[in-house]
Structures are given as structure tokens and as C-alpha cells.
Design a protein around this ligand. Structure first.
Ligand SMILES: NC(=O)c1ccc[n+]([C@@H]2O[C@H](COP(=O)([O-])OP(=O)(O)OC[C@H]3O[C@@H](n4cnc5c(N)ncnc54)[C@H](O)[C@@H]3O)[C@@H](O)[C@H]2O)c1
Length: 267
């Protein structure tokens, strides 16, 4: 997909990866609507982006993705701002093992609701224009980790859900593509957490310390790879500091899904 002149909706757009994706899209001529529960940060970030790339590059709308009706209403507002939406990035996420039901609502229910709204809006067989839906999972959406098991479960759920949509045999008529972004630990505020937010805080911190934190622009590159590659559907892109692993599951006409394969792309 060529990004110039396209439109995008991004959840969790007030900070971190979501914000960096919005800035990059703006730099490439893609207008965005940013949805986030954090109003002040979202408004401030949108103002900075609009100053840099021109008024209307991004519109911020306060939204808590755990409230499905609120998300529906914000999605409708986004459509009225943008006309139609070509890219939906369901990216809002939290680590809160001490509030695990809420965490599942943000990390999985919000992604399900956002994906379903995107499918209904975009599907060509119902009058839409097609599009790309990228959901943020994590490295720990593909590899288990004992330190924060509910978070990990919610991210495995994102991979299973998104891959299932990607394997839909009617996808060609719908004109849709799907992918999950699965970064290793990214250098965002996400890691500034209190002990109770994970189950084993000491081991969690040790494990993060042992990794090279992924610079945010590398996560953005992963997102762009999934969106810009027209052949990509059902890809779970593990973005790492030293290259990417690309679990490619492209639906082939009449043949169903091929066996997942890992390809290594050095950075
Ligand atoms: N930082 C990492 O190490 C890492 C690694 C892999 C995956 N991820 C995932 O990447 C995504 C982005 O994380 P980040 O690192 O940019 O962190 P971040 O905390 O900077 O961004 C997350 C954003 O989601 C928003 N948000 C939280 N709850 C929300 C809700 N109910 N409704 C709407 N917005 C809500 C927050 O306000 C915040 O702006 C998350 O899904 C996270 O799970 C992060």
C-alpha cells in the first residue's frame, strides 16, 4: 500500500509506538485519527504533529477502548473526519496483572471490537474500499513468559484472533489484509511499572535488562513493513533489535494457509 493520501485510525495514539506511528504516517502524507484514554497527552501530541506536518494531519478523540459502545461512537466520528479509513492500527495496551480483567479488556476486547468495526467499514463486498488491519501483540504473543502470564495470554489471543481473520477464505472478496506487530521490549514508558503490575517483578526487570531495548523507530519500521507489503496477510512480525523474524501465513487461493514459516531479516 502506498501511504500518500491514505487515512488511518490508531488506538493508543497518545504515546509510545502509537504516537510514533502517527508521526511517521503524517510525514508520509497519511492523515490519522488518534484514539486514547489519556486526553491531555493525546491532545498535546496531536498539536505537536499538526504544527510539524500541517493542520488536520491528526485529530485526537478521547476514547477508552474497553467500552465497546464508546469505541463504536469514536470510530464513527473518525469516519466523519477522514471520509473512509484505509488502515486501522489496534495498538492500545497495558501491563496490569493486578487488574487482569481490565487488562484483558484493553489488550484483547479492545482489539476485537476495533477489528470488527474496521472489517465492517472496509469490506469491499459490503461497499467498503478494502484496507489493512494491524493489531499490536508482542514478542510474548508468540513466546510464553512466566513473569506476567495474563498479559502474555492476552497477546497470544491477539495473534490467534488476527491470524484467524487472515485465514478467512472470503478475504479476497473483502479486500482486507491483516497482521500483528510483535515487538520485543520497546524503549517506551511501558516499562516504568510498579511491582504489582507484574507477577514476578524482580525476574521481569532482570529479563528486560538482559535485552537490548528496541528503539521505537524499529517498531514503526515493522508496522510500515506490514502495511506497505501488499503480499503480507496473516504475518506475525517479531520485531527485534537485531533484525526481524517474519512468520508468514499468506492465504493462497483455494489452498488454505501454508505451514507457518520463520524468515530472518537482518536489520
Ligand atoms: N513497550 C514494550 O516493551 C512493548 C513490547 C511489545 C508490545 N507492546 C505493546 O505495544 C503497544 C503500545 O505500547 P507502548 O510501548 O507504546 O506503551 P505506551 O504506554 O507508551 O502506549 C500505550 C497507549 O495505550 C493507551 N491506553 C491504555 N489503555 C487504554 C484504553 N483503555 N483505551 C485507549 N487507550 C489506552 C495509553 O494511554 C498509551 O497512550 C501495547 O499494546 C503494548 O502492549 C509494548
Amino acid at each position: 500500500m502506498q501511504l500518500k493520501g491514505k487515512t488511518a485510525l490508531v488506538t493508543g495514539g497518545a504515546s509510545g509506538v502509537g504516537l510514533a506511528v502517527i508521526e511517521t504516517l503524517a510525514s508520509k502524507g497519511t492523515k490519522a485519527v488518534s484514539l486514547d484514554v489519556s486526553e491531555e497527552a493525546g491532545q498535546t501530541a496531536a498539536a505537536v504533529t499538526n504544527d510539524k506536518y500541517g493542520a488536520g494531519s491528526v485529530t485526537f478523540i478521547k476514547c477508552d477502548v474497553t467500552h465497546v459502545e464508546q469505541l463504536e461512537s469514536c470510530f464513527k466520528q473518525a469516519v466523519s473526519v477522514l471520509g473512509h479509513i484505509d488502515i486501522v492500527f489496534n495498538n492500545a495496551g497495558v501491563i496490569l496483572e493486578n487488574r487482569w480483567e481490565y487488562m484483558i479488556d484493553v489488550n484483547f476486547k479492545g482489539v476485537v471490537a476495533g477489528t470488527q468495526l474496521a472489517v465492517e467499514h472496509m469490506r469491499r463486498d459490503k461497499g467498503g474500499k478494502g484496507g489493512v488491519i494491524i493489531n499490536t501483540s508482542s514478542y510474548v504473543g508468540l513466546v510464553p513468559k512466566f513473569t506476567h502470564p495474563v498479559y502474555v495470554g492476552s497477546k497470544f489471543a491477539v495473534v490467534g484472533f488476527t491470524s484467524s481473520w487472515a485465514s478467512n477464505p472470503y478475504m479476497k472478496d473483502m479486500g482486507l489484509r491483516f497482521g500483528t506487530l510483535c515487538p520485543t521490549a520497546v524503549d517506551t514508558a511501558f516499562h516504568q511499572l510498579k511491582d504489582e503490575q507484574v507477577r514476578y517483578p524482580r525476574e521481569f526487570r532482570e529479563s528486560v535488562k538482559m535485552q537490548t531495548l528496541l528503539p521505537v523507530p524499529r517498531a514503526v519500521e515493522g508496522f510500515l513493513q506490514l502495511v506497505e507489503d501488499d503480499e503480507s496477510n496473516g504475518s506475525n512480525l517479531m520485531v527485534m533489535a537485531q533484525g526481524n523474524l517474519y512468520q508468514q501465513q499468506v492465504l493462497q487461493d483455494g489452498k488454505g494457509l501454508p505451514k507457518p514459516q520463520f524468515y530472518f531479516f537482518p536489520s
